[in-house]
Design a protein around this ligand. Structure first.
Ligand SMILES: Nc1ncnc2c1ncn2[C@@H]1O[C@H](COP(=O)(O)OP(=O)(O)OP(=O)(O)O)[C@@H](O)[C@H]1O
Length: 457
């Protein structure tokens, strides 16, 4: 039984008004279900092409005015290859049912007075499966993260050499490390490098992005919870501090922690023990702590947004990552490396930057630092014709072309939206691919679409 059942969006395709109302009424009894009803296949397919909405489940009336079940089934499968489809039919026709189930229908229900109830159960089963799949994905990600080897940190410039020396020092001790630097400068990469060069390398490296977890869940995420500690806590869960036992706990975006949790974290670090939510037993932990932020924490202390006592507890060995624009020719070293990798991974012929393209890269300020450079180069690898990447293949934003400028008139939010939009356009609106390439969550892109910051054209 999965720990958490996700909300579902359900499409009902049924031409009989009364029956459609009945199914919608029954399923609407669960507030976690969002129901959309359609009287014809065309209405449903139009909705799919005109909106970004994707259902988690479809119920399909076998006989629609504009198509028979198996035909509509096939048409729905094109945009929605993995969405479970439940066929609801007026006739108990075994061969039709078998045919549809063979083609991948999730279930075949015959219309009678119990259909709405049977549908209710089928939908519940689908929901459990979706939840299990999400859990498996999360676990896979966690396992992948723990076992991911440290990637090389590229750079030969003076600030990167100084950084390398600091990483070695940090790896020789178990001192807390506080990483700062603009977004995309490689803070997580450095945290991993320190862990994998340290004595703890064979123990877990657990990374938590504080900003990515809903505020009300952070405490249980960090410290764990007992079964029944709050609604939704259906089983016991160990927290990230316990998970990182013997290894390293990396708390990214630490400045986002609210004051209440800052107080709790301080206590945990002073006592070196955690208490799971809903329990009064304390559990000792032995995890090395590393924290990162792109904010100036000392400023946050001055503004009373970050506790001074916690700040000093976390400061340990401070490591500041230089912005890419201060790393001189490292830009080219990194760009060559990303280009080679991208060509290999995408089965493209090996490509190289033209002299003008190199110049353009060196003149640009890279507000998104190495992450932006990587994204720009990966896109250029795909856009380039032949074996040379030219300046026009490098999608750098106007107004930021001069390395002496570090901002331009756009806000950071607008700059991010512009990057995401370029990627969406280049990849024909494939949100999953864009999320993977930019290393951001799919939900971030969906939210940007909802807020009209970007669109799928
Ligand atoms: N010196 C480097 N050599 C190779 N790759 C790098 C280097 N620095 C950063 N990267 C790559 O750039 C991307 C961003 O790095 P990372 O996530 O560590 O940045 P960050 O500073 O933690 O970002 P944020 O503040 O947004 O969390 C990653 O893909 C990382 O592998």
């Amino acid at each position: 039984m999965p720990a958490f059942l996700p909300p579902l969006t359900i499409f009902i395709l049924e031409d009989n008004d009364w029956y459609r109302e009945l199914l919608a009424y029954r399923l609407n009894q669960n507030p976690d279900y969002t129901i959309r009803s359609f009287g014809s296949a065309k209405a449903c397919l139009d909705h799919l092409t005109q909106t970004q909405e994707r259902p988690d489940l479809i119920t399909l009336d076998y006989s629609l005015p504009d198509g028979q079940g198996d035909d509509v089934f096939k048409r729905l499968r094109v945009p929605l290859p993995d969405v479970p489809i439940l066929v609801v039919s007026a006739q108990e026709d075994v061969s039709t049912a078998v045919g549809l189930l063979r083609q991948g229908a999730y279930d075949y229900l015959v219309k009678d007075e119990d259909t709405a109830d049977r549908l209710w159960h089928s939908v519940h089963n689908v929901r459990q499966q979706v939840a299990l799949r999400l859990e498996v994905e999360q676990l896979r990600q966690q396992i992948g993260q723990k076992n991911a080897p440290a990637q090389p940190i590229l750079g030969e410039s003076a600030p990167m050499q100084a950084l390398s020396a600091l990483i070695d020092k940090a790896a020789r001790t178990a001192i807390t490390v506080s990483l700062s630097g603009e977004t995309g400068t490689g803070k997580e990469l450095v945290a991993r490098a320190i862990h994998f060069r340290s004595e703890r390398r064979n123990q877990p490296f657990v990374a938590v992005n504080v900003a990515a977890i809903p505020r009300e869940l952070i405490e249980s995420e960090l410290f764990g919870h007992e079964k029944g500690a709050f609604t939704g806590a259906v089983s016991r869960r160990i927290g990230r501090f316990e998970e990182a036992h013997g290894g390293t706990l990396f708390l990214d975006e630490i400045a986002e922690l609210d004051l209440n949790l800052q107080a709790k974290l301080l206590r945990v670090l002073q006592e070196r023990e955690v208490t799971r939510v809903g329990s009064n037993k304390t559990i000792a932990f032995d995890a090395r702590l590393m924290v990162a932020t792109h904010h100036d924490l000392a400023e946050r202390v001055k503004e009373n947004l970050f506790r001074e006592d916690l700040y000093y507890r976390l400061l340990g060995l401070p490591i500041k990552l230089p912005p890419l624009r201060e790393r001189g020719e490292d830009v080219l070293l990194l760009a060559d490396n990303f280009l080679r990798k991208s060509c290999l991974e995408n089965n493209l012929p090996m490509r190289q930057f033209s002299a003008d393209a190199r110049k353009k890269l060196l003149q640009y300020a890279f507000p998104g630092n190495v992450r932006e450079l990587k994204a720009v180069v990966e896109l250029a690898a795909v856009l380039a014709d032949g074996d040379v990447v030219r300046p026009q293949d490098l999608s750098l934003r106007n107004g930021l072309g001069n390395a002496s400028e570090s901002g331009g008139s756009q806000t950071l939010r607008e700059q991010i939206a512009a990057i995401v939009q370029r990627y969406l356009d280049a990849h024909k609106g494939n949100i999953l691919l864009v999320a993977q390439q930019l290393q951001i969550g799919k939900s971030t892109i969906y939210r940007m679409i909802q807020n009209h910051e970007v669109r799928v054209r």
